[in-house]
Design a binder for this molecule. Structure first.
Ligand SMILES: Cc1ncc(C[n+]2csc(CCOP(=O)(O)OP(=O)(O)O)c2C)c(N)n1
Ligand SMILES: CC(=O)[C@@H](O)[C@H](O)COP(=O)(O)O
Ligand SMILES: [Mg+2]
Length: 647
């Protein structure tokens, strides 16, 4: 069956759903068919755009039940992390938008207030929903408003400390609030930690496993869901009831516990949610689900149950584009090479071993890698402890996720002058995940940390080299940051001045172009374009951007104009730090700093967003030519260094 046939044959009921009220009217049998149609829809659409297919296949019934029991948007449905809100979008009038999911101008991959009144929290960083829910419930109680607050949170997100801070408060406040724990046993890989171990005892119950095996057998090799799923759901309903025993853990927190319920049984989840709704205080509904449920390639994908693939073949689940050598791979391989030589080097991941490349180290040295769960703050301070204990930890996280650990990096690591290397993948503009995932803040935010050195490699050779330099630092923390995707072609230096690589120079020294990290290639292209206008440009890659290298200041002093270009926010960025260093050194040369405005930039491809920001070789060359020719016409006041108008 083709994707089109799958959707057309089984999409009749789904086509009638324009809002939650349409789901409320359905019979149990219709709901089962609708669930199957939603799965077909998800597979058909997300296979073309890429996106979080596995997590969403696992919450179809949970979301249906939530919308039947509660009245969104009056009742507030909150989705922790938000990557599993596609079904919610489908049920709230946004089916058409899925053709452009995560694409420029199209549907966001996360809840979005601009899209729908049914969406409230947009944050796609994990473990926040329970805190939002606590605040909302308190606000409604104080204002005398009778509205339910319901938060869905995954077992992975539940490893984040904020959840436990929230639960502590929710229990004391006692306000009506429903927490749906979507327990599929996985983050990307199986969820780690004491909580996860406790929950997994449930899944190891022989009765429960028997039910899941029934599901798997019944699915056979059918790549699409349709009718088989309808039958499977009934099999689950019959078998699940006696399979599991109630767990005491959540009640120990002082919060009413309902469950465990089979999260793929709409009536069972509904019954639990109705009981929770009527309880009058905080209640946890513990739902057991399977990530990727109903789609064999996702269920069978041991790596991450098709957590968030790019476009894929709907029949097989195989990626359509096989990624070439990525920055992540270069880092991963070099880390293993370093670990071979240095037994003190260990790795830390916050539930993202494969996506950050730390898994490569774990495969060779499993005892030297720690998965701490979705707990970046703990990762930083735990790394401090490892460093105090004589090791050199390499903490590999996405750039955007280190933001929440600022205080831990500042005080627990840097103030103690501890040798910890933070490796920030997906730095800069990333693309389809949108503003919450842009790694644009790190150089500004962490640039203020005393004693912290930041490196921004430009290609695979400098990535390997700078990683080695970073782990050689023994008196303070380092950050190594690089972007997403395919690693840039090696760009050899003409010469090196201190830590600074000169990438291109000419007889004339009009402009010093400081091209940070992955913008090095752009810098060289800009120089060639500007040379055509008769101006000489020296292109440098500082390699280490914080602290500002003294050699960069000296080089700047030998030019008429300094232009910086970076894949990070301009405020407090490399350009701004260099301008300050020049002022401090009384070097009177004007500085123009190009980068990302501190704002919420929409989703799209990385290339599209950079073009929107006029961070292309053509745009930068035009600006540089304009500025330097302007200097010939009328000298610029050095004090006025800085901005050009940017969209
Ligand atoms: C603070 C933070 N760290 C890391 C991530 C990356 N991330 C997105 S989803 C995910 C796993 C979530 O697991 P879970 O909450 O169980 O949801 P599931 O995907 O299993 O439905 C991770 C680690 C994130 N979004 N936020
Ligand atoms: C929800 C989330 O935070 C991640 O799943 C993220 O979408 C992954 O991004 P990459 O595709 O860049 O690994
Ligand atoms: Mg999970």
């Amino acid at each position: 069956m083709s994707v089109e046939e799958g959707t057309a044959n089984h999409g009749r009921l789904l086509g009638t759903v324009r809002g939650p009220q349409d789901v409320k009217r359905m019979t149990a049998e219709q709901l089962d068919i609708l669930a199957a149609e939603i799965r077909d829809f998800l597979i058909a659409k997300v296979s073309r755009t890429g996106g979080h297919v596995g997590p969403n296949l696992g919450v179809v019934e949970l979301t249906l039940a939530m919308h039947r029991v509660f009245d969104s948007p009056r009742d507030r449905l909150l989705f922790d992390t938000g990557h599993q809100a596609y079904v919610h979008k489908i049920l709230t009038g946004r089916q058409e938008g899925f053709d452009k999911l995560r694409q420029r101008g199209g549907l966001s991959g996360y809840p979005s207030q601009a899209e729908s009144e049914h969406d409230l929290i947009e944050n796609s960083h994990a473990s926040t929903a329970l805190s939002y829910a606590d605040g909302l419930a308190k606000a409604y109680a104080l204002r005398g408003e009778k509205r339910s607050v319901v938060a869905m949170v995954g077992d992975g997100a539940l490893t984040g400390g904020m959840c436990w801070e929230a639960l502590n408060n929710i229990a004391t406040a006692g306000n009506p609030l429903v927490i749906v724990v979507n327990d599929n046993g996985r983050s990307y890989s199986p969820t780690i930690g004491g909580l996860a171990d406790h929950l997994s005892s449930l899944r190891l119950n022989p009765g429960y496993e028997k039910v899941l095996d029934t599901v798997k057998d019944a699915l056979g090799n059918t790549p699409f869901v349709g009718k088989p799923m309808y039958e499977v759901l009934h099999a689950v309903k019959k078998g699940i009831k006696d399979a599991v025993a109630p767990q005491a853990m959540f009640e120990d927190l002082g919060i009413k516990y309902v469950g465990p319920v089979d999260g793929h049984d709409v009536p069972a989840v509904e019954a639990a949610l109705r009981a929770a709704k009527n309880f009058g205080g905080p209640v946890i509904v513990h739902a057991v689900t399977r990530k990727g449920y109903g789609y064999r390639p996702a269920e069978d994908d041991e790596a991450d149950c098709l957590h968030g693939p790019g476009a894929f073949d709907a029949e097989t689940g195989k990626l359509l584009a096989v990624p070439s050598v990525k920055w992540t791979n270069v880092f991963a391989d070099e880390l293993v090479a370093i670990a071979d030589e240095r037994p003190d080097v260990v790795g830390i991941t916050a539930a993202m071993a494969e996506p950050t490349g730390i898994a490569t180290l774990a495969r060779k040295y499993p005892e030297r890698v720690y998965d701490v769960g979705i707990a970046e703050q703990h990762a930083a301070t735990s790394a401090a402890g490892l460093a105090m204990g004589g090791l050199h930890p390499v903490v590999a996280v996405y750039a955007t996720f280190l933001n929440r650990a600022f205080d831990q990096v500042l005080l627990d690591v840097a103030m103690h002058k501890l040798p910890v290397t933070f490796v920030l993948d997906r730095a800069g503009i990333t693309g389809p995940d949108g503003p919450s995932h842009y790694g644009i803040w790190d150089m500004s935010v962490f640039g203020v940390v005393p004693g912290l050195r930041i490196a921004a490699p430009r290609d695979s050779a400098t990535l390997r080299e700078e990683l080695r330099e970073a782990v050689a630092v023994d008196d303070g923390p380092t950050i190594l940051r690089f972007p997403t995707g395919t690693v840039a072609a090696d760009l050899p230096a003409v010469r090196r001045v201190g830590p600074v690589d000169v990438l291109a120079e000419s007889a004339r020294t009009d402009v010093l172009l400081v091209a940070v990290g992955s913008f090095a290639g752009l810098g060289v292209e800009v120089a060639a374009r500007v040379a055509e206008q008769g101006y000489g440009v020296t292109v440098v890659d500082p390699r280490w951007v914080r602290p500002v290298p003294a050699e960069l200041v000296e080089l700047a002093a030998g030019h008429r104009l300094v232009v910086t270009v970076e894949d990070g926010v301009r405020i407090g960025g490399v350009g701004s730090a260099l301008a300050q260093a020049l002022r401090d050194a009384d070097v009177r040369v004007p500085v123009k700093d190009l980068g990302v405005p501190a704002d919420w930039h929409p989703h799209g491809t990385r290339a599209q967003i950079l073009a929107d920001l006029r961070l292309t070789a053509q745009d930068v060359a035009r600006d540089v030519t304009g500025w330097i020719s302007g200097l010939d016409a009328a000298p610029v006041d050095p004090a006025a260094n800085g901005a050009r108008a940017q969209s």
